[in-house]
Design a protein around this ligand. Structure first.
Ligand SMILES: C[S@@+](CC[C@H](N)C(=O)[O-])C[C@H]1O[C@@H](n2cnc3c(N)ncnc32)[C@H](O)[C@@H]1O
Length: 322
């Protein structure tokens, strides 16, 4: 193997993969909290609200995904990017390198942004579309993913001094981390079609808003309201009944607390995180986040605990006390 290729292979083996998109609700700062609450053992990993995938990359870097992983999200443009990074990484890097010199040109930004308003958009290749999404994500205001009611991207230009459009080393590391990963577009409930006993599911849904105006739950042009949060609680309980290990994070609000008070929960904790506290993305504050698990962290037992501390059986784990 030529020395340059050898050096690249070595780099790919040792460079940890990091999220390649800025994504609202990214879990970067909660990684130690989430990591310390993993089940001791698990089979396949499932993340049905993958977004920027911070926790997935962390687990991949730790070598915890030996039994495979399935990543999914409602957002087909997002999953399209993951698929291109996995399957066509060199072509993607080339396409990004062509966008990169135009990072501070608002007219170029608007031209690339307008592709999804043009008739030929669907004929563009997956590589072209993924490079566009990554370029817009890096150069738009605050990395905001925002669509108008026609499903067209409409976040404004961000005026960054030196945004990193193309990071070949990380892009290749991400591609390697995704190599055997299944990528799917769909609603979170479809996780029920592909999980079995011993699998680990991590849910990081759009958060219950801490106040009526505080949060951003429109990642896909569709809102994620109280009914969706309730539906998620039911999916959580069904997975526990099946013998899966389930972890979920959410904002620490009255609704989230009440939804996860009785449902097959063996462990619940509140951690602190610094978050955007309004939709302009500039104001940050310390907020409380809720982490719930269907298992006692570090234990291999799926399902919750009974009142006397005994691990629940599948049927018991489904009992709702009120
Ligand atoms: C809080 S973000 C996930 C953040 C992610 N953990 C990270 O580290 O970047 C929530 C994700 O849920 C996705 N989503 C919203 N509604 C969904 C649904 N019904 N089913 C599946 N995914 C959905 C959004 O597209 C968004 O990517």
């Amino acid at each position: 193997m030529p020395p340059a290729a050898q050096a690249r292979l070595l780099l790919e083996m040792f460079v940890p993969a990091r999220p390649f998109l800025k994504w609202a609700g990214g879990k970067g700062q909660l990684l130690p909290e989430l990591s310390s609450r993993l089940p001791a053992h698990f089979r396949r990993y499932h993340e049905p609200f993958v977004g920027g995938g911070a926790f997935f990359f962390h687990l991949a870097n730790l070598g915890r995904l030996r039994h495979g992983a399935v990543l999914s999200d409602f957002n087909d443009e997002l999953i399209g990017c993951y698929t291109v990074v996995r399957d066509e990484v060199e072509a993607l890097i080339e396409a990004l390198q062509q966008h990169a010199p135009h990072f501070n040109d608002p007219a170029y930004f608007l031209e690339i942004r307008s592709w999804d308003r043009q008739p030929g958009f669907h004929q563009r290749s997956p590589v072209e579309k993924a490079a566009r999404t990554i370029f817009l994500n890096r150069t738009c205001y605050n990395g905001l993913y925002r669509l108008n009611n026609k499903g067209q991207f409409n976040a404004p230009f961000g005026y960054y001094k030196n945004p990193l459009i193309c990071d070949p080393v990380n892009t290749r590391a991400v591609s390697a981390a995704l190599k055997d990963v299944e990528l799917l577009v769909g609603d979170f409930a479809s996780v029920l079609d592909r999980t079995r006993s011993g699998d680990f599911v991590y849910f990081d849904p759009p958060y219950v808003p801490v106040s009526a105006t505080a949060s951003f739950t429109h990642y896909t042009g569709q809102s994620f309201g109280d009914n969706e949060q309730r539906r998620l609680t039911e999916v959580f309980a069904r997975l526990v009944e099946r013998g899966c290990h389930v972890m979920l994070s959410n904002s620490h609000t009255e609704l989230a607390r009440s939804l996860y008070e009785h449902h097959a929960i063996a462990y619940r904790d509140i951690v602190l995180a610094s978050r955007k506290i309004n939709c302009d993305g500039k104001k940050r504050g310390v907020v409380e986040e809720l982490i719930v698990c269907s298992y006692v962290p570090g234990s291999a037992v799926a399902g919750g605990l009974t009142g006397d501390g005994r691990p629940k059986t599948g049927a018991e784990a489904l009992t709702i006390d009120d």
